[in-house]
Design a protein around this ligand. Structure first.
Ligand SMILES: Nc1nc2c(ncn2[C@@H]2O[C@H](COP(=O)(O)OP(=O)(O)OP(=O)(O)O)[C@@H](O)[C@H]2O)c(=O)[nH]1
Length: 455
């Protein structure tokens, strides 16, 4: 790792800026030296140990696309600073959307899937169902093909995030090649012990998948009654707590089985979930009954939706559509003082640091001013170089000095995607917003590092 220059990321940002000066920009897609996921399936809790791919291979991958490489690139037309009135836009993306439904054992994944398949939404859905063991139980529990799923494909010989990742790629490719016209959306239900990270990575790392399918969102079911226990579970060193990971990577969180617990338990759980992941929207349900647009068409990895995420900050729980009746008193029922929960408000910036739940937390930085591009490149490059294992997800909207457009980006570990977006409007304050979700994040350090890049 140490041998790799931080110029790698610098190339990404600066590359965008240079192309922009020429009047054309391209969504940059950068994968830093990538992990390989080794699987140890000898224990019940499938541990994933990242190890580094050889540097040269990783560099070749993104700096100079191999001859014959078929990775699709997304180009966007941008307004030039010389006065074109065409707004910069993140380019349209018409790949097939795919949704990952995850959540701990028994949290209600199949129940939600059935709700999706039996609802009247007009979408034709292909389902990839992953289950341990030879006997396909969930498959028989999933609403039958006649209810709308064009295809239900079972993956029974292991867990998607580890042993059968290759099968996932093959199945997606086959679906696209043979049945592209038969469905509009792919839904993947993971096992209850899946770590979503390697599954997410599949959508970026595999050209054959990336070119035709885009990850729309990660939907995580949380069992209102039992989740606390699983979140508390201490794992051996180096083994992930799947329940925490599933929440950390989510775009949408569904706190299910709320009929089984009281209001104060739900409130405590929700606060705990938000401390892990404050980017995701959250809903409480019984039997997975949510509006379908809450779980399909999420755009959780779309650059053009970054703003709504980084603006959402504190209140990501959708109170308007609770499917239960209560007096919403949990708003005032948060036990912040029970946690190591620091807020800082000064000079238009603030950071949140919650240091419980195996060290997984969210940190937000909101800060007015223009960034020095070189410094920002160096800072983010170094950060990802050193900490990409710990940075699960990040999204940001940046004001770069000399750039007429807002720069939006999102990342999952060492995968980084960024692009100039629309023009800053004249009356709009140029405010930078970044949200990180990850392990052992130091809010003060991140904020200090970021602010050092401001002019
Ligand atoms: N009381 C109650 N039971 C529920 C709710 N949602 C689901 N269940 C029941 O919980 C059990 C497990 O639900 P599933 O949908 O199979 O959960 P899953 O996450 O797919 O389970 P695994 O595949 O084992 O990980 C089933 O008996 C469901 O009927 C709910 O909101 N309330």
């Amino acid at each position: 790792m140490a041998a790799i220059s931080t110029d790698i990321i610098a190339f990404a940002f600066v590359g965008v800026a240079k192309r922009q000066a020429l009047g054309r920009v391209r969504t940059s897609f950068v994968s830093l030296p990538r992990r390989r996921w080794n699987t140890s399936s000898s224990s019940a809790s499938y541990s994933l140990r990242p190890c580094r791919a050889p540097t040269s291979m990783a560099l070749a991958r993104w700096t100079t696309p191999a001859v014959g490489s078929t990775r699709r690139s997304f180009s966007a037309s941008a307004a030039t600073e010389e006065g074109s009135d065409v707004s910069t836009k993140v380019p349209p993306d018409n790949r097939i959307p795919a949704t990952i439904i995850t959540g701990f054992l028994g949290s209600g994944k199949t129940t939600l899937l059935n709700h999706i398949l039996t609802a009247d939404h007009g979408k034709r859905i292909a389902v990839i169902e992953n289950e341990f063991g030879e006997v396909d139980i969930d498959g028989s529990l999933v609403a039958s093909k006649s209810t709308g799923a064009e295809d239900i494909i079972m993956l029974n010989n292991g867990c998607l995030c580890c042993t059968v990742r290759g099968d996932l790629v093959r199945m997606i490719v086959e679906l696209v090649e043979k049945k592209r016209d038969n469905f509009d959306h792919i839904v993947i239900e993971t096992t209850g012990l899946a770590n979503p990270a390697p599954i997410i990575e599949t959508f970026y790392a595999e050209d054959k998948v990336f070119n035709d399918v885009k990850l729309d969102g990660v939907v995580t079911l949380v069992d209102a009654k039992h989740a606390g226990f699983h979140l508390d579970e201490e794992k051996p060193k180096g083994v992930v707590n799947e329940a925490v990971q599933q929440i950390a990577y989510a775009d949408r969180i569904i706190v299910n089985k709320t009929d089984l617990v009281g209001e104060s338990d739900i409130s405590t759980l929700i606060q705990r979930i938000k401390n892990i992941n404050r980017m995701a929207q959250l809903k409480r349900t019984e039997y997975g009954r949510v509006d379908l647009d809450y779980v399909l068409g999420v755009g959780g990895f779309d650059l053009e939706r970054i703003e709504s995420v980084v603006n959402a900050e504190e209140s990501n729980e959708d109170h308007s559509k609770h499917e239960h009746d209560h007096d919403h008193s949990h708003h005032n029922d948060h036990h912040h003082d029970e946690h190591d929960h620091k807020h800082e408000h000064h000079d238009h910036s603030h950071a949140h640091d919650h240091t419980h739940d195996p060290g997984v937390s969210s940190v937000s930085i909101v800060c007015e001013g223009n960034l020095d591009l070189e410094k920002a490149n160096m800072w983010l490059g170094t950060l990802l170089m050193e900490r990409s294992d710990d940075i699960y997800r990040m999204k940001g909207l940046l004001s770069v000095d000399g750039m007429a457009e807002r720069f939006v980006f999102q990342g999952v570990h060492d995968i980084f995607q960024g692009s100039p977006e629309r023009l800053w409007s004249p009356e709009e304050p140029r405010v930078n917003k970044i949200v990180f979700i990850g392990k052992n994040l130091d809010a003060q350090e991140l904020e200090k590092g970021f602010k050092s890049c401001l002019l």
